[in-house]
Design a protein around this ligand. Structure first.
Ligand code: DP6
Length: 400
């Protein structure tokens, strides 16, 4: 067992991100290089985050990892790629003659423990936050200060966008070695303080087809995906960047919905076809469009990833009325769980006009609950030793 003195531990947190210009398709499966650039919004860690402790000690005999308290196979190729990459960067730094800030050796084995503050069962993307957090914690513990896009990306492509707060683009890059395929902040989290994000949790079921396998089949079979990557996304990246910079909600919302729809269209164009949306997802799409039509402008915008949950963007003054509309269409089932989690939302009555405009047959329980959140910062280091998920012996603390 490692004594406290011989163990160096670092604990970090990292956020979830939601793409408004979607990444779908790789040009290099091994290096995880995308066929198009993408742009995302980093969600606040008060509601959704991963916490990871990485510890190294000369007494550890092997690399080990625990996820949500359970030990997992450290040999998975993507985890191995991240570990290899961080050790390569650390070696490069040492040989460049930089001072070694930590009393450690690169040959030390690492123990990693990671937990999410949200239920994995909710079907919310956790791999992006997970691998961003892993990259960040490993970088600290091994004394790496260079860009971590490459390390996080090798875990999960979308993870490189969780390395920054606010609004983030992942530039696809051109080089075969991926050195220019990096994440970059477009605007900080303070840039658009009125922007709110509502996660409408629809189903806790496990995905039928994971993103990795899904996008691989799309690349092989969908000509629409190729057209999208080559002829649609470049202009959309520029337009989305403008909408964010100018805080143009109408433009931002419309393009967000169109890009989500096009991503799901490429899934349907995949052979055999992939379908991630459920009947409830489609009812949410209809609700959003009717809500906007009633107001004569884009007040709310949806986006869906590789699953049926909706992520809805709105400005803060629209949130109470939209939440009331969701309650109207999807009357909460009284199962003891709170329907609204996260940021508080003021209850308001729905006007008879809006009720009539929505014109829906209510689907009780269609939306299980809503998480209200906002744009947030990038990864953080927790200085408090109490925060470590690994004890002085290098094993998960009982609560982890
Ligand atoms: C639909 O990053 O999960 O969420 O690189 O194979 O791990 P891998 O895929 P992943 O794909 C995310 C796809 C998406 C869109 C997005 O986040 O841009």
């Amino acid at each position: 067992m490692a004594s406290e003195k011989q163990l160096v531990a670092v604990t970090c947190t990292a956020p979830v991100n939601i793409a408004v210009i979607k990444y779908w398709g790789k040009r290099d499966e091994d290096l995880i290089l995308p066929i198009n650039s993408s742009l995302s919004v980093t969600l606040h860690q008060d509601q959704l985050k991963t916490t990871t402790t990485a510890a190294i000690s000369k007494d550890f005999t092997e690399d080990r990892i625990w996820l949500n308290g359970r030990e997992e196979d450290v040999g998975q190729p993507r985890l191995q790629a991240c570990l290899r990459e961080i050790r390569r960067l650390a070696r490069k730094r040492r040989s460049a003659g930089d001072e070694d800030p930590l009393p450690l050796s690169l040959s030390y084995k690492v123990h990693i423990a990671s937990v999410n503050n949200f239920p994995t069962a909710a079907g919310l993307a956790s791999s992006a936050a997970g691998y961003a957090c892993l990259a960040y914690a490993l970088a600290r513990v091994y004394g790496v200060e260079s860009d971590l896009s490459e390390v996080a990306r090798r875990g999960s492509g979308s993870a490189c966008r969780s390395l920054y707060g606010g609004f983030v683009e992942w530039q696809m890059g051109e080089r075969a070695d991926g050195k220019d395929s990096i994440a970059r902040q477009v605007a900080p989290e303070s840039h658009w303080p009125e922007l709110r994000v509502l996660i409408l949790v629809v189903s806790a079921e496990k995905k039928l087809m994971g993103s990795t396998a899904g996008m691989q089949t799309s690349v092989e079979t969908s000509s629409l995906l190729r057209f999208r990557a080559e002829s649609v996304v470049p202009a959309r990246m520029a337009e989305m960047t403008r909408c964010v910079q100018e805080r143009d909600f109408q433009g931002f919302g419309q393009l967000t919905m169109k890009d989500s729809n096009q991503f799901h269209a490429t899934c349907l164009d995949t052979f055999p076809p992939i379908s991630y949306l459920s009947d409830t997802s489609r009812r949410i799409v209809q609700l959003v469009h009717r809500f906007n039509a009633h107001h004569g402008q884009t007040k709310v915008a949806y986006t869906f990833d590789a699953g049926p949950n909706a992520v809805v963007f709105a400005l803060d003054d629209t949130v109470p009325e939209f939440v009331a509309a969701v309650r109207q269409c999807f009357p909460p089932e009284l199962n003891g769980d709170k329907f609204l989690k996260g940021l508080p939302v003021r209850p308001v009555p729905l006007s008879e006009e809006l009720k009539a405009a929505l014109d829906v047959d209510p689907t009780p329980g269609g939306v299980k609950y809503i998480i209200a959140t906002q744009v947030g910062p990038g990864p953080q280091i927790l200085d408090d030793r109490q925060a470590h998920l690994l004890g002085p012996d290098g094993l998960p603390k009982p609560a982890a």
